[in-house]
Ligand binder design. Structure first.
Ligand code: C2E
Ligand code: MG
Ligand code: MG
Ligand code: MG
Length: 275
């Protein structure tokens, strides 16, 4: 009987909803123990100088591999972490791991590599974040200039009043980047309130840059505006040599994307940088 009912639309949706809710609960439950169970890892995507083709740094990207669930996408579990109040401990883990990794690369004799860390907008101006940055830098002897924080534009809107926390973060000497620039809702005007170092142009613009004249003009304008404001410009998600060539002509500074490399494990970064 239950089998027959399973064919009805109602039962179908009900099952699907229950499955979704159950999956959500599982994510929450399992995520809580992910750090202790050593299921988290970082992979690193190389950042290239667009003009010279030289490797200049990396972006650390979080991965979660669970024995039953398999690999869960960061966009999924970071939302969950935010919901269950775990985003702070996740970020802390990332900061510690990145600083340890930078120290280890140094020990291997590699030239200083700059590493970017993604920070959730709600956590960006938190005093605890600043403290954990300070202690991780202290513990490892990594210089603040070797770290970059990436935060999406929404922070410009939501925390614009929290300028003192921003100044304190800035005073640490860490480089600050606006991630996914152009995809959010903030206006160019809000940029004037923040003393940032880097703009990362959202992949969607780069996807369209060859076929869409407007996208091309917008990217060109963002680069010029960014340069006038003293920012370095990074293009995200470069996948073809043609996109690279065009971005070179448009005077873009840095680029990331599958054309150069997907995110890779730390040992692969050692190999790339020692060549
Ligand atoms: P994001 O910071 O904008 O990172 C770029 C994403 O684009 C990464 O996905 C990267 O693997 C992917 N990507 C890079 N180049 C290409 C390309 O050429 N083509 C395509 N199709 N994709 C490319 P990923 O690793 O799945 O991360 C997704 C998002 O999750 C990140 O976007 C970031 O917002 C968030 N995230 C990842 N790690 C962390 C973390 O440690 N903390 C926080 N708060 N967020 C994180
Ligand atoms: Mg990022
Ligand atoms: Mg991005
Ligand atoms: Mg993006």
């Amino acid at each position: 009987e239950a089998k027959d009912q399973g064919k009805s639309r109602y039962a179908f949706y009900k099952t699907e909803l229950t499955d979704k809710a159950e999956y959500q609960l599982q994510l929450e439950l399992y995520l809580r123990e992910s750090i202790q169970q050593q299921q988290l890892s970082l992979i690193y995507q190389p950042k290239m100088d667009i003009q010279t083709g030289h490797l200049v740094g990396v972006e650390a990207l979080l991965r979660w591999q669970h024995p039953q669930l398999g690999e869960v996408a960061p966009s999924d579990f970071i939302r969950v972490a935010e919901n269950i109040g775990m985003i702070k401990s996740l970020t802390e883990w990332v900061i510690q791991t990145v600083c340890n990794q930078l120290a280890s690369w140094k020990q291997q004799g590699l030239a200083p590599i700059q590493a970017a860390i993604n920070v959730h907008p709600n956590h960006f101006l938190d005093q605890d974040l600043i403290s954990s940055l300070e202690s991780s830098l202290n513990d490892t002897g990594i210089s603040p200039a070797e770290l970059e924080l990436e935060v999406t534009e929404t922070v410009v809107q939501t925390n614009i009043e929290n300028l003192s926390a921003f100044q304190r973060l800035k005073a640490l000497g860490i480089s600050l980047a606006i991630d996914d620039f152009g995809s959010g809702y903030s206006s160019f005007a809000s940029l004037k309130h923040m003393n940032i170092d880097v703009l990362k142009i959202d992949k969607h613009f780069i996807d369209d840059i060859l076929n869409d004249r407007k996208a091309q003009l917008l990217v060109g304008s963002m680069i010029e505006m960014g340069h006038n404001l003293g920012y370095k410009i990074v293009a995200e998600g470069i996948e073809t040599p043609e996109q690279h060539e065009l971005l070179k002509e448009l005077n873009c500074d840095l680029g990331q994307g599958y054309l150069f490399s997907e995110p890779v494990v730390a040992s692969e970064i050692s190999r790339l940088f020692s060549r």
